[in-house]
Ligand binder design. Structure first.
Ligand code: NAD
Length: 279
């Protein structure tokens, strides 16, 4: 069924956009951590995108995407009033949310928007949400206003120092963990969404502290319902499918090295396809 685009907001022109889709059935069921897969054409790629927000009353879902290749460049040509061929979801297991006290929600780059839905779930569960967000520069910081509305604290890092702490988001995270420990605060969980190297760095940082840490994995995905195996990741001793077993996993058990190798599997074909589309 064709899905109408109600609003489009260019968050970072040419690089990151937000779409609000009229998808009442998905909006009624979607929970934090879920994703959708959309198609723009019958022979088009299936694009998995984490749901950044929902409004069940209005029947809408919000998606945020980074223009990285042919399919997202094609998506970027769509405007409000256009329709998307089909949207399948909600997919994946929702985030496990329970009252645990303080939760540090870490977002890097476009992962900040996906992290927002999880942070909102923790806030609704009564947790003390600390959002820790990082981007290369101030103009690339997403969803700060939305996170400020639902977080007890928002801590910011930029690589170039144009806003907040100058450095990586993990440096701010470490400072906040230390502060919490000195104040006798119990940190119930840390959730991280963003580039794989960032999620791996978060996992390595939190491991010695023994704090439960969850990552949302954006592995290569095709069908999204557990049939193709493209999204497989090693978690502990098991091979898991990010689409049906995840996308969230215990960060301390994920084999990030393998995941990063698998992310590059189709780099050459992706570049050829993108160059062909741009011609
Ligand atoms: P980016 O490369 O600009 O990085 C954003 C921030 O992450 C940096 O400013 C830094 O603070 C931190 N970071 C990056 N590498 C780090 C490292 N090695 N150690 C510590 N911190 C590090 O991000 P981008 O270009 O916006 O890319 C966002 C990524 O997030 C994409 O790869 C996208 O696929 C992914 N993503 C994932 C999900 C998901 O659900 N898992 C959702 C949306 C986006």
């Amino acid at each position: 069924m064709a899905v109408p685009i109600l609003h489009k907001r260019k968050l970072i022109p040419g690089r990151v956009s937000e779409l609000v889709l009229e998808a009442p059935q998905i909006a009624a069921k979607a929970e934090p951590g879920n994703f959708i897969i959309l198609r723009l054409a019958d022979d088009g790629e299936r694009i998995p995108l984490t749901i950044a927000d929902t409004d069940a009353a209005k029947g809408t879902i919000t998606l945020v995407y980074l223009v990285v290749g042919k399919s997202t460049a094609h998506l970027e040509t769509f405007e409000a009033g256009d329709t998307i061929l089909d949207v399948c979801g909600p997919l994946g297991r929702p985030t496990h949310i329970e009252p645990v006290g303080t939760v540090l929600c870490v977002g890097g780059g476009t992962g900040i928007a996906a992290m927002h839905h999880i942070a909102k779930g923790h806030q609704l569960a009564g947790n003390h949400v600390v959002s820790v967000i990082g981007a290369r520069s101030e103009d690339l910081l997403l969803f700060e206003k939305e996170l400020t509305a639902i977080s007890a604290e928002v801590l910011v890092a930029t690589d170039d120092g144009s806003r907040g702490h100058k450095g990586l988001v993990t440096e701010v995270l470490e400072q906040r963990i230390q502060q919490g420990i000195e104040a006798g605060e119990s940190i119930g969980e840390i959730v991280a969404v963003g580039p794989v190297p960032m999620m791996r760095a978060v996992a390595e940082l939190t491991r010695p502290y023994g704090i439960k840490t969850t990552v949302s994995l954006n592995s290569i995905m095709v069908d999204g319902i557990g049939m193709c195996g493209s999204c497989r990741v090693t978690v502990g001793d098991a091979v898991r499918f990010a689409c049906v077993d995840g996308p969230e996993f215990d960060a301390h058990q994920v084999d990030f090295e393998e995941m990063m190798r698998r992310q590059c599997t189709f780099s050459e074909q992706e570049k050829l396809s993108y160059d062909h589309f741009c011609r």
